[in-house]
Design a protein around this ligand. Sequence first.
Ligand code: 4AD
Ligand code: MG
Length: 430
Amino acid sequence: MKIRISDLSKHVGQSVTLKGWLFNKRKSGKVQFLMLRDGSGLLQCIVFKNNVKEEDFDLAKSLTQESSFEITGTVKEEPRAFGGYELDATALKLISKAEEYPITPKEHGTEFLIDKRHLWLRSKKQWAIMRIRHRIIKAIRDFFDEHDFTLMDSPIITPNACEGTSTLFETPYFDLGSAYLTQSGQLYAEAAAMAHGKVYTFGPTFRAEKSKTRRHLTEFWMVEPEMAFFDLNDDMDLAEEFLEYIVQSVLKDRKLELEVLERDISKLEKVKRPFPRISYTEAVEVLKQNGVDFNWGDDFGATDETIISSQYDAPVMVHRYPSEIKAFYMKRDPENPKVALAVDVLAPEGYGEIIGGSQREDDIELLLTRIKEHNLPQEFFEWYLDLRRYGSVPHSGFGLGIERTVAWICGIEHIRETIPFPRMIYRNTP
Ligand code: 4AD
Ligand code: MG
C-alpha cells in the first residue's frame, strides 16, 4: 500500500516511504529541513547528516524547489508542525530535478499567478481552496442522496436560451444552424422532476457575461435541484437546510484548510437555520433606510446586496422579486402578480447571490404568454410546454453556483481562485 501524508496518524513510530515534491527547504548546520508536499498534505522531513548516507545528504542539499523525490524515515508526532507530524529521514531518492521554479515564496501579482495557474495550483492556499471545493461538492452529493433525489444530467449543447438571450455562447451545429452552451440545466430538470419527483442536475454552465467582476465567470458549475409538489416555501426550506449542511460539513472536515486560509470560522459557525426571509419590497426598505436611492422594480447591484446581507449573520433569503426583472418560467404570486415567486439567497460578508430559485409557472396559458413576452421561439419550447399539458403540478427548484459558494466559505476575494482553470471574459488560458 502506498502511504500518503494524510495517512501518517496510522504510522507513528514506523518507518515509511513517501513520494512527493519539495515545497521549500531550510538548513541549519548539519540538518536539512525539507518540506515535502504530496498532494494530501505537507510534512517537514528532517535530514540529519549523521542519519543518512553522504550522497543522500548531498542530494538533500541540492534539491531545488518542486523537484520530485522519494524519502524514507520514521514518523514522529509533532503538535507544532503543520499537519501534526514530522519525519526523521533515513534515505532519499531523486525522481526528477526541477528547473528554476517561477513561483517562489516571495509575493507575486495575481495576473502572473493566473498565467501560471497550472503550477499555482500546487501552492498552499490554492491547495486548501481546492480541497474545500471538493468537500463542498461531496456535501452536495451526500445531501441529495440522503434526501432521496435522483441525479439527472442535463445536456450542455442546447437549442435555446434559459436565462435570457444576452449571455448565450453560440456554436455552429452541423445542418441545424446554431446551438448554444447551456446557461442552466433547469428546464431539463423540470422534465426529469415529472419523471422522478425529486431530482438534481450538476454540471458546467456557461454565460457570455460581459461583466468583469470578482463574482462572474463565463464557465461555472451549478447544482440545480428540482422538486414536484414543492411551492416557494418548501423550496426555501430545502435551500436553507442544504446550505447549513454544506457549511457544517466543511467546518467538520476542513479545519486545517480553513486555517491555511485564515478564515474567521466564527462567521461560518453562525450559518444555522432558520435563515432570515424577507421580501424584495422589504429589502428595498432596508436599502432606503441605509440611504440608498433605490427604485422599486430595479434589480439589486453588488453593493445593494452587500448592504442587505450585512444586516444578518446567516444567509438571507430575499423572495418575491418584481416579475419584470426575473426569468420567463417563474410563477407570479397569485396574491400580487407584480411579483414572481422567486428567491435569491444572499451570502453573508458581502459575497452576494449564491442561489437563485423559484416556483415554476405550471399553467400552460400563462407560460405561453411569458414565452411571447420574452420573444422566445415557441417551437423550441414545445417540449417544455408538454410538461404543462400532461399532468402539470406545482413545482420548484433552485440553482447554487459552486464557485461563489467556495469563495464565500473560503473567505477569498475573487471567484477566479475557486475553480481549477477559470474562464473569464478576458481569459481562456491555460
Ligand atoms: O440566478 P441564476 O441565473 O439561476 C438559474 O440559472 C436558475 N435556472 C437556477 C434554477 O432555479 N434551477 O444562477 C444561479 C446561481 C447564482 O445564484 C450564482 O451563484 C451562480 O448561479 N451564477 C454564477 N456564478 C459565477 N459566474 C456567473 N457568471 C454566474 N451566474 C450565475
Ligand atoms: Mg440570479
